[in-house]
Design a protein around this ligand. Structure first.
Ligand SMILES: Nc1ncnc2c1ncn2[C@@H]1O[C@H](COP(=O)(O)OP(=O)(O)OP(=O)(O)O)[C@@H](O)[C@H]1O
Ligand SMILES: [Mg+2]
Length: 497
C-alpha cells in the first residue's frame, strides 16, 4: 500500500515474548484442555512423563479433530480474530491459546489430529524458529515423537505433545526439576483442573491424568455429605445485565466449621485453604475463570470464610469482563460493581453472624457452641398446640435489635408478635380453639392484645371502647376471642377501670 512499508514482526523476539505472558503450568494446561472441550470431546487424557527430567506432556482427546487446512490455521499465531462472535459455550477467544500455552511449558509442540479417519500433523520447534529468525513450521512430527504417541482410536481426535520442557521441568538446564517437585506440580495441576472444570466434569466428560480420573471439586459443597448440604445457605439466585448481556449470581454461605469432620473440613477448604477460597467465583460458559477473590471490592478476613458467590457470564461478554488470553483473570465491568458489592456485603454479614454467633467464648478459653439455627421459624416447645414462633436468636434479627433504640425495639417486637400470631399455620391451629374465655387465653396472646390496645390508644386517646374493640377484632390474631372477653381485658388491663 502506498505510503506504508510492509513490516513483518521478527519471529524470534515475538515467539520468545509470547512465552512470557504469565501462564502458570496449570493455567497453560487448562488452556489446552479448553480446546479439547470446544472440540466436543467426551474423554481427555493427560499424560505427564518425567523421563530423566527431559520428558513430555501429552494431551489426547476424542473431539472433532482437524483436517490439514484446519490444523494449519490452528498452528498459526493468531488463528482467529478475537472480535469474532464465538459459538454458545465456546471457551476459545483469541486464536492464541494452543501456541502460547504450549510455548510457556516447552520449546516444541507437535499436534497430530484425525478427522474422518485421516491424520494430519504439524510441529513448532522454537529452536528452529530461533536459528533462522523465521516462522518455520514443520509439516511433519519427528519420528522419535511419533514413536511415543498412542493411537487416536475412532474417527476423530487430537493429540498435543509438548517436549523440550525447559520451562515446565527445566529440561536441558543445569538442574532439572527433581522428581518429587515434578509430581507436586502435577498434583497442583490436578487440583486446579478439578476446580475449574467442576461444572463440566460429568457423564459427558471425563478427564484423566496419568490414567487417574479427575473428580470435580465443588466450592459450594453441593456434592458433600447430606448433613453438610442441609446446612448450606443458598442465597436467592439473582440476575442482572451488563451491556445488555445477562449475568447470574448465586450466593452460598457454607456451614459453620463446627459442622465438618476433619477430612470434610480440609476438603471443603479446597486447594488453597478456607481463607483463600472466600469471595466471588467467576464462571465463563461454566468454566471457572477466577475464584476466591473479592475483586478489589472487599478485603479477605477469616470471618468471611463461609461466603462463596458464583457469578456466571457468557462468552459474548468477554469484552465487558476483559477476559485475558490465559482465561485466568477478568476485571469487573463498572455496571456490575454496585450489584456485586451489595450482594457481597449482605452475604459477608451473614458469614460474620454465623461465625460470631456460633463461637461465643465462655469464661474459659473453650469455644462454646450455642444452640440456634438460621431458620426464621421454629416450633414452640413450650406450647402443646404445635404453635410456630419466630427464631428470636436469628443473627440478622439480633443485629437489627442491637442497632435500634428501645422504642423502635418495642414496636418491632410488637410487630413480630403479630406476625407470629397471624401466621397462616398458627391461625389454622387457632380455629380449633373457638371463642376463648379470658382464663383460658394464652398469656402471650393476652399481652399482645394489651400492647396493641395501648398503641392504638396512644395514637387516638379519645377512641371509644366499642370502636377500640371493633379495631381489635379486625386483627386475625384476635378473631377467636369473643367481643365480651375483649372488652373485659381492655377495661381491666388497659384502661384500669
Ligand atoms: N484439540 C483440538 N481439537 C480440535 N480443534 C482444535 C483443538 N485445539 C485447537 N483447535 C483449533 O485450533 C484453533 C486455535 O486454537 P487456540 O487455542 O490457539 O485458539 P482459540 O481456542 O481459538 O482461542 P484462545 O486463544 O482463546 O484459546 C481453535 O479455534 C480450534 O479451531
Ligand atoms: Mg484455545
Amino acid at each position: 500500500m502506498d505510503g506504508t512499508i510492509h513490516t513483518q514482526p521478527a519471529a524470534t523476539p515475538v515467539i520468545h515474548a509470547l512465552r512470557n505472558i504469565g501462564y502458570k503450568a496449570q493455567t497453560a494446561i487448562a488452556d489446552i484442555v479448553d480446546n479439547s472441550i470446544d472440540a466436543h470431546s467426551t474423554a481427555i487424557d493427560l499424560q505427564f512423563e518425567y523421563g530423566n527430567g527431559d520428558g513430555f506432556i501429552l494431551i489426547k482427546d476424542n473431539g472433532s479433530g482437524m483436517d490439514e487446512d484446519e490444523l494449519q490455521i490452528a498452528m498459526t499465531i493468531g488463528s482467529k480474530d478475537p472480535r469474532d462472535e464465538r459459538d454458545k459455550n465456546e471457551l476459545g477467544r483469541f486464536g492464541m491459546g494452543l501456541k502460547t500455552a504450549s510455548f510457556s511449558l516447552g520449546k516444541r509442540v507437535s499436534v497430530i489430529s484425525k478427522k474422518n479417519g485421516i491424520i494430519s500433523e504439524r510441529c513448532w520447534d522454537l529452536d528452529l524458529v530461533s536459528k533462522h529468525n523465521e516462522w518455520y513450521l514443520y509439516k511433519k512430527v519427528p519420528d522419535s515423537i511419533l514413536h511415543d504417541l498412542p493411537d487416536i482410536e475412532g474417527e476423530s481426535g487430537t493429540i498435543v505433545y509438548i517436549d523440550k520442557l525447559d520451562r515446565f521441568s527445566k529440561a536441558g538446564l543445569s538442574s532439572p526439576l527433581k522428581k518429587k517437585s515434578y509430581f507436586t506440580k502435577i498434583k497442583r495441576i490436578r487440583d486446579y483442573l478439578e476446580l475449574v472444570y467442576h461444572l463440566l466434569l460429568n457423564d459427558n466428560l471425563t478427564i484423566t491424568i496419568n490414567n487417574n480420573q479427575l473428580n470435580g471439586w465443588d466450592p459450594f459443597l453441593l456434592n458433600m455429605s447430606e448433613t453438610i448440604q442441609e446446612k448450606i445457605l443458598e442465597g436467592e439466585k439473582q440476575a442482572f445485565r451488563v451491556n445488555g448481556k445477562r449475568v447470574i449470581v448465586r450466593p452460598y454461605v457454607l456451614p459453620h466449621p463446627s459442622n465438618y469432620n476433619s477430612t470434610e473440613f480440609t476438603q471443603a477448604g479446597g486447594l488453597k485453604g478456607w481463607r483463600e477460597h472466600q469471595g466471588f467465583y467467576i464462571y465463563r460458559e461454566n468454566r471457572l475463570v477466577t475464584f476466591g477473590d473479592w475483586l478489589g471490592l472487599f478485603k479477605k478476613e477469616s470471618i468471611y470464610d463461609l461466603v462463596r458467590i458464583r457469578v456466571d457470564f457468557l462468552n459474548a461478554s468477554d469484552d465487558d469482563w476483559k477476559i485475558d488470553i490465559k482465561k485466568s483473570s477478568i476485571s469487573i465491568p463498572e455496571e456490575a460493581k454496585e450489584n456485586l458489592e451489595s450482594i457481597g456485603r449482605y452475604y459477608r454479614q451473614l458469614s460474620q453472624d454465623i461465625m460470631l454467633y456460633r463461637t461465643k467464648r465462655t469464661s474459659g478459653s473453650r469455644i462454646k457452641r450455642t444452640i440456634g439455627t438460621l431458620n426464621t421459624w421454629e416450633l414452640d416447645n413450650d406450647n402443646n398446640h404445635g404453635k410456630y414462633i419466630l427464631n428470636r436468636l436469628h443473627p440478622i434479627l439480633n443485629e437489627i435489635l442491637s442497632s435500634i433504640d428501645d422504642e423502635t425495639k418495642k414496636q418491632l417486637n410488637l410487630y413480630l408478635n403479630l406476625i407470629e400470631l397471624g401466621s397462616p399455620m398458627n391461625l389454622f391451629e387457632m380455629e380449633h380453639l373457638i371463642q376463648r374465655e379470658e382464663e383460658s387465653l394464652d398469656l402471650k396472646l393476652k399481652n399482645l392484645l394489651v400492647l396493641i390496645s395501648e398503641e392504638l390508644l396512644k395514637k387516638n386517646p379519645d377512641m371509644p371502647l366499642d370502636e377500640l374493640v371493633e379495631s381489635l377484632m379486625l386483627f386475625p390474631q384476635f378473631e377467636s376471642i369473643g367481643r365480651i372477653t375483649l372488652e373485659k381485658i381492655i377495661l381491666k388491663d388497659v384502661i384500669n377501670d
